[in-house]
Ligand binder design. Structure first.
Ligand SMILES: [Zn+2]
Length: 549
């Protein structure tokens, strides 16, 4: 049996004291592998940076010698058989949905941050106990196993779990079909319980109806409602952690929509990613980078469906849904990464620069580009008598439910197979999924099929819309449209000291380029750069009825 015990004698230090005990044979060679990343974030996190005071003791309390075999791998050899205890401290000083935090109110740990995989024993059951008497309210996505105790069936389950021990937690619950859903809230509650429960029930019920079943009998929404601005969610098989703030802002219906959006997104992951998972991520190998090209499915479809199911379940009305879709469109419309890297290449490179802005227009976002690609695929499917929801249900039945990994080709052939004549969808994939074409003209025409107009207009900012120059409040250039004339003479980070476009048809600027003052003249152009996109509701079509239902 592998056992983890957590305590925290000084929460304000933010160091957790962790003891890992395991029974070993005589002369056994043990490797302890700490995860280098976590599910849902395809980027090295190097949790070993947060570990200190690592010691190993045998059953007689004698020190056991150990060595590091890599930055996050430790090894040791036993002499006699018996219990060995590995003691270390973990710094719980990062509050987000995938990390760990300690203060006078709570001890909160995502176990993947700080629990070792014992090589060769990944399938063994693991028990977790807490010695945190000052924090009596306990929540975990693990399986309960007595007072302050839980268990994980194996390391994959342990690494997929969270523990929250706090002085006080708000707890509500609701049941849909055979699943009991819990809502746990740490932090201030500034909204009505019944209103929230009704909305959560609506989108949960609709998702379960469309997939046919929910993978788990119990599911925990664990909210950290913080006093400062925050927005983050992480999916787990038996629940989700959502950090959101400021808690007070949830009085505002717009902010509540954001919270509902992230909640529905994470619940969708309960099927897609937690169970419907590409073969390369099943099981997760947390010791090193695991490359996948399936970002469109992992996050694009989930981002699209997370919002769409709020519409389908009547939590959002159509104007509210479109307001959120406009935000995705706005983010996509100012990124030209699609000219250089398609979504498969961008997905593969998540490990390189997936979570930073990176160099200009190098890559696309698997979230926003992925969501718009998914919207296009959905409309094409609906035109052909199917839908993306139906294809995802097929993926659930063929791969998610039996929990066998899919390949990209399986997804593609399920989509193509839903068309009597796949010519149109094949062209869509070759232009926009595999290719480097501008999605917007196609999106406009597809939205028209469901009675929605995507209109563009230029706003007041002439530097931006006429000349293609985006600046921040300090006048520093943050982006130059690659098709603008300005792209040939201005540089990112130039600071505009002044400009005039009155005397001549050209634009005359004075700029500061790293301490040098330079005059720049940009020849006349009638650009229509960075338009603002607005979605308008046109005449209702039969396809829109099907799409939103
Ligand atoms: Zn997600």
């Amino acid at each position: 049996m592998i056992h983890y015990k957590f305590s925290c004698s000084n929460p304000s230090s933010q160091f957790l004291e962790i003891e890992l005990s395991l029974d070993c044979k005589a002369n056994e060679h043990i490797f302890l592998q700490l995860p280098a990343w976590r599910a849902g974030r395809y980027q090295l996190a190097n949790y070993a940076q947060n570990i200190r005071r690592f010691r190993i003791k045998d059953a007689q309390e004698e020190n056991v010698l150990f060595e590091k075999a890599s930055k996050d791998r430790w090894e040791f050899q036993t002499t006699e058989s018996g219990k060995v205890t590995v003691c270390y401290e973990y710094w719980a000083g990062k509050m987000d949905a995938g990390s760990a935090w300690a203060d006078e109110e709570q001890i909160y740990v995502n176990l993947i941050n700080c629990c070792f995989e014992v090589s060769g024993r990944s399938e063994e059951e693991i028990e977790v106990s807490l010695d945190l008497p000052k924090f009596p309210e306990l929540v975990s996505t693990l399986l309960p196993n007595g007072a302050s105790r839980w268990k994980a069936r194996d390391f994959q389950m342990l690494a997929d779990s969270t523990i929250l021990a706090a002085k006080s937690i708000t707890h509500w619950k609701y049941q849909i079909e055979s699943t009991l859903f819990h809502i746990w809230i740490h932090g201030e509650v500034h909204f009505d319980q019944q209103l929230i429960l009704n909305r959560f029930k609506s989108f949960s019920r609709k998702l379960i109806a469309d997939f046919g079943e929910f993978p788990e009998l119990e599911y925990h929404f664990i909210f950290q409602l913080l006093p400062y601005a925050h927005y983050h969610g992480v999916e787990h098989r038996r629940g989700t952690i959502i950090t959101f703030g400021p808690a007070e802002s949830l009085i505002d219906p717009n902010q509540m929509e954001e919270l509902l959006g992230i909640s529905c997104h994470e619940l969708y992951h309960g099927w897609n990613v937690c169970r419907i998972r590409p073969q390369e991520l099943l099981p997760y190998d947390f010791s090193k980078e695991t490359y996948t090209r399936t970002g469109l499915i992992l996050e694009g479809i989930t981002t699209y469906m997370g919002d769409l199911y709020l519409l389908k379940s009547d939590v959002y009305d159509l104007p509210t849904y479109l307001k959120h879709l406009e935000k995705i469109i706005a983010r996509e419309s100012s990124n030209f990464g699609w000219k250089n890297y398609n979504i498969l290449e961008s997905s593969y490179d998540l490990w390189l620069d997936g979570y930073v802005p990176g160099i200009p227009d190098r890559k696309v976002s698997i979230y926003t580009r992925g969501a718009l690609l998914a919207l296009g695929i959905d409309i094409l499917l609906i035109k052909n008598g199917s839908s993306l929801s139906e294809v995802m249900k097929l993926l659930w039945e063929k791969f998610g439910k039996p929990f066998i990994g899919y390949h990209w080709e399986d997804f593609e052939s399920l989509i193509f197979g839903s068309f009597s004549d796949p010519t149109e969808i094949q062209r869509y994939f070759s232009d926009f999924v595999y290719g480097y074409q501008d999605l917007f003209p196609q999106l406009k025409s597809l939205l028209g099929e469901i009675g929605l107009e995507l209109n563009e207009k230029n706003g007041e900012d002439r530097l931006l819309h006429n000349w293609g120059i985006r600046t921040n409040k300090e006048g520093q250039i943050t982006q130059i449209h690659p098709d603008s004339k300005a792209y040939s003479s201005l540089m990112r980070n130039d600071r505009i000291l002044g400009y005039s476009e009155h005397d001549t048809p050209s634009l005359n600027l004075k700029i500061d380029r790293l301490g040098r003052e330079l005059p720049i003249e940009i020849p006349f152009e009638t650009g229509k750069f960075f338009p603002e996109f607005k979605l308008e509701i046109a005449e209702k079509t039969a396809l829109r009825e099907t799409w939103g239902k």
